[in-house]
Design a protein around this ligand. Structure first.
Ligand code: PLP
Length: 357
């Protein structure tokens, strides 16, 4: 099937094949990666290689730590203010959808949250431009949601926040395009979309932002503890790190993030092209803010939603139902979705319109 799930989502087929081949006996050591000690030499080599490959892929500068954590992007909504927001401090948040709202709500528990900009008025169909951002130079950090999984919008520029650290929730577009990590203080992402299996959370954080966790916070929520212990203060999500490492190698072999971006642009253009040509389908997002990863769309006649989904499923096109909070459809086109999968969706949609339009 072609799986358009927003996450957990499709993984590259060669990676799944390698996981299958190595599942019971990794490189002749007689153990599955699942059975290895996280402090044994085999697993430590797997993790070190995964980190080195991620650094190469994203061009992560030496003064940034890569942390392999758990708890999902949702735990970062708390861990971030606990570490970067001093007691009595304030932070800027840009509201571009449900996840941004959740992140801001969590930070509010620890300090003052200033909403630097919001697209709530137009039902989050766009990304505020730089001139709209009302940034506070005294903020501890500025938080953006790099890609809005539910509303289908994405930053196509890096906000200029001056000397205030920029923080991005990159959960649903990390590794989909090149990124200048040095423009950010911290980038975090749940792995289960473009990286690997659920259970792993990536945090890429500049050295000077580590070591300021507030008193009384749980030890496990202190970035410094994880940085000092190479992400092995406790048992890390070993199998998810292993599979993610294979994904990093796979992306490097494809030519790295510039090549990945070219493929993603081609896929997104194919689907948006159809949505813009057709009066039968509508896309709610502003063209300049559109996500390459998550494409929401509606049918002009909502009575056709159920038949659309049923027929799509029969054609092997699954997980197209929109998020429960917005309705309609959503096609997620993460890195591992091949162009042929998007072409199959577009062909189906043209045929469906011909028969029902
Ligand atoms: N942030 C974004 C942009 C997301 O898309 C999601 C999940 O879909 C989350 C945060 C929450 O991630 P997690 O389930 O890893 O906590």
């Amino acid at each position: 099937v072609n799986n358009f799930s927003a996450g957990p989502a499709v993984l590259p087929e060669p990676v799944l094949a390698q996981v299958r081949d190595e599942l019971l006996d990794w490189h002749g050591c007689g153990m599955s990666v699942m059975e290895m000690s996280h402090r044994g030499k085999e697993f430590m080599a797997i993790q070190a290689e995964a980190e080195a490959d991620l650094r190469a892929l994203m061009g992560i500068p030496a003064n940034y730590k890569v942390l392999f954590l758990q708890g999902g992007a949702s735990l970062q909504f708390s861990m971030l203010p606990l570490n970067l927001l001093p007691v009595g401090g304030k932070a800027d948040y840009v509201l571009t959808g449900s996840w941004a709202k959740k992140a801001a709500a969590e930070a509010k528990r620890y300090g003052t949250v200033n909403i630097a900009a919001s697209s709530a008025e137009t039902n989050f169909n766009r990304i505020p431009v730089q001139s709209e951002l009302k940034l506070d130079p005294a903020a501890a950090y500025v938080h953006v949601t790099g890609n809005n999984t539910i509303f289908g919008t994405e930053y196509h520029y890096t906000p200029d926040t001056g000397s205030v650290p920029l923080v991005s929730d990159a959960s649903s577009h990390i590794l989909s395009r090149p990124v200048d990590v040095s423009r950010y203080g911290l980038i975090y992402a749940g792995a289960q979309k473009n990286v690997g299996p659920a259970g792993l959370t990536l945090v890429i954080v500049r050295d000077d932002l580590i070591g300021h966790c507030r008193d009384g916070a749980p030890t496990m929520l202190d970035y410094a503890i994880h940085a000092e212990n190479d992400s092995a203060y406790n048992t890390p999500p070993t199998f998810a790190i292993y599979v993610s490492g294979l994904v990093f190698k796979h992306l490097l072999a494809q030519g790295g993030l510039p090549a990945v971006e070219r493929a993603n642009v081609e896929k997104a253009d194919l689907l948006y092209g159809l949505l813009d040509r057709s009066g039968f389908y509508n896309c709610p997002t502003e063209p300049a803010s559109r996500s390459r990863m998550n494409v929401p769309f509606t049918l002009a006649n909502a009575e056709l939603d159920a038949p659309f989904l049923a027929e799509a499923k029969q054609a092997g096109l699954v997980q197209l139902k929109g998020h429960r909070s917005v309705g309609g459809m959503r096609a997620s086109l993460y890195n591992a979705m091949p162009l042929a999968g998007v072409q199959a969706l577009v062909d189906f949609m043209i045929d469906f319109e011909r028969r029902h339009g």
